[in-house]
Design a protein around this ligand. Structure first.
Ligand code: HEC
Length: 466
């Protein structure tokens, strides 16, 4: 409410973040695990004097750099761009809280990029030892980036005592939040597993020699299996250290239950396929087999990220910023002074659109023309609800969710929005609740014919038209 609104039709702006972040995460974990793969395997190839393997690794490094540095960096900037527009207050809080964390992360990012370029472009021109060391510098810097970013994103899911206990508002309390260790373990596992799956796909398509393919399959199987174990251990710890609101959300949404079961099933399938395939029978590594493994892994990963994002409700930063860009301590003030009146941009909008409704710098809603009431109702909807609901059509669209309920119930629901603990508390005056309800009734679909059709008795025909 302190910033202009970014309206993304159908999808809602936060879902755009979700799409870009999932794409980013699928590559950024490879940037970590793939770096480790290159460092370890280049050392092995030098030690055994395996020229053919070195050539393969050279090709793989080119593919790796193209994917991680170009695609990874573009989607990474994409995340900053979308979070800044979608969740400006949350982004501001994260920047302020973690300013040195970000600065440190950028230093490691620069080290990472420099090491990657030297590793690839000076291939064959550096002494073997220096070349391997570059690989290790890259891998270490990439993993430290992962740890730093995880501390910050984990804080969003569970801020621990940071927001609620006096004296706890320090960088370290925020960074070592209850979710930090579980997520670091799970993400490290994810980096190992996902990069093995990419290595398999790449090797099955480009390594022509069967000896080479089998060796790659066998050598990457152990890290992949270890990765699956770390994901499971980290995942269980993640569940144990969720804040109560997230556990409740996870347990009560049917679709999330199905997705959690799906992740478990996919992880088990991937584990056994890797055990049976690359670990026991390296010869199985055909493009079809590697491609299926990769798809299963990507599906499990994307689902996991989606769940992690969706159970933060009603917060975007746990106990610090609500999903609709309001801080919890502002709610009572907004109820008294008015939502439209309190936001810089909403106030300016009202002054521009309906100047007669502004008297002495105060919005007087009783002076609004009906059309203006609807426009302001829509504005309230965008600012207060659109982070989680599209309008008439799209992601969790509010219209269909209203399910043809009558007006008085819609208003009662708005005024007691947080009776449903997924949703933030109502943050406007009673008059604003009436204004938004007027707008909501225009997107509330008509009741389809149903049981009421059969329940008509003499004199109660109006039941149907509610
Ligand atoms: C933090 C995100 C969030 C915000 C903000 C939010 N909602 Fe919801 N809302 C949800 C979730 C999650 C559900 C459950 C959806 C489901 O079961 O499919 C829900 C359910 C609903 C439902 C159907 C269930 C019920 O209790 O009737 C309606 C109607 C609804 N929201 C309207 C609104 C309106 C109007 C606003 C703004 C005043 C709003 N929501 C703000 C997340 C949010």
């Amino acid at each position: 409410m302190h910033y202009p609104w970014w309206y993304v039709p159908y999808l809602t702006a936060p879902m755009l973040i979700a799409v870009i972040s999932v794409l980013h995460v699928l590559v950024s974990h490879y940037a970590v695990g793939g770096g480790l793969f290159l460092a370890v395997e280049v050392r092995h190839a030098y030690r055994t004097g395996d020229r053919a393997y070195l050539d393969y690794l050279h090709g793989h490094a080119g593919f790796f750099i193209l994917l991680t540095v170009v695609f990874g960096a573009i989607t990474g900037v994409g995340i900053w761009w979308t979070i800044g527009l979608t969740s400006p207050l949350a982004t501001e809080v994260l920047i302020r809280t973690f300013v040195f964390g970000w600065a440190t992360e950028w230093v490691f990012f620069v080290v990472e990029i420099a090491a990657a370029f030297i590793f690839y472009y000076y291939w064959g021109r550096l002494p073997e030892k220096t070349h391997t060391t570059m690989g290790w510098i890259y891998a270490a810097a990439a993993w430290i980036s992962l740890v730093l970013i995880t501390g910050i994103t984990a804080f969003m899911l569970n801020s621990g005592g940071w927001a609620t206990q006096p004296g706890e508002q320090t960088f370290w309390a925020a960074f070592f939040n209850p979710q930090f260790l579980p997520q670091t373990v799970a993400r490290t596992g994810g980096a190992l597993l996902l990069s093995s799956l990419y290595v398999y796909l790449h090797a099955s398509l480009t390594a022509k020699d069967a000896r080479l393919r089998n060796m790659i399959a066998a050598r990457s199987a152990r890290p992949a299996l270890l990765g699956a174990v770390l994901i499971t251990v980290g995942g269980i710890a993640w569940y144990c250290f969720l804040p109560p609101s997230a556990t409740a959300t996870l347990q009560s949404a049917a679709v999330l239950n199905v997705l959690v079961a799906l992740i478990f099933a996919l992880t088990i399938v991937v584990f056994f396929l890797i055990y049976l395939g690359p670990y026991r029978n390296p010869g199985w590594l055909s493009p079809g087999f590697a491609g299926s493994l990769c798809l299963f892994g990507i599906a499990a990963f994307s689902t996991g990220e989606f769940i992690r994002e969706s159970i933060r409700k009603p917060f975007i930063v746990h106990n610090v910023v609500l999903a609709n860009q309001i801080a919890p301590h502002e709610v009572m003030k907004l109820r008294q002074n008015g939502f439209l009146q309190s936001g810089i941009w909403t106030r300016a909008f009202v002054a521009e659109r309906c100047p007669t409704a502004v008297v002495d710098n105060q919005i007087d809603a009783s002076k609004l023309a009906p059309r203006d009431r609807l426009a302001l109702g829509e504005t309230l909807f965008l600012y207060h609800c659109n982070d989680c609901h599209a309008g008439t059509l799209g992601y969790s669209a509010a219209g269909p969710l209203l399910k043809g309920r009558p007006r008085d119930q819609v208003r009662a629901m708005v005024e007691r929005l947080d009776d449903n603990y997924f949703m933030p508390p109502w943050s406007g005056t009673p008059e604003e609740a009436r204004i938004i309800s007027d707008y909501l009734m225009t997107i509330n679909p008509a009741r389809p014919a149903g049981p009421r059709h059969f329940m008509k008795t003499e004199g109660s025909a109006e039941e149907d038209t509610e």
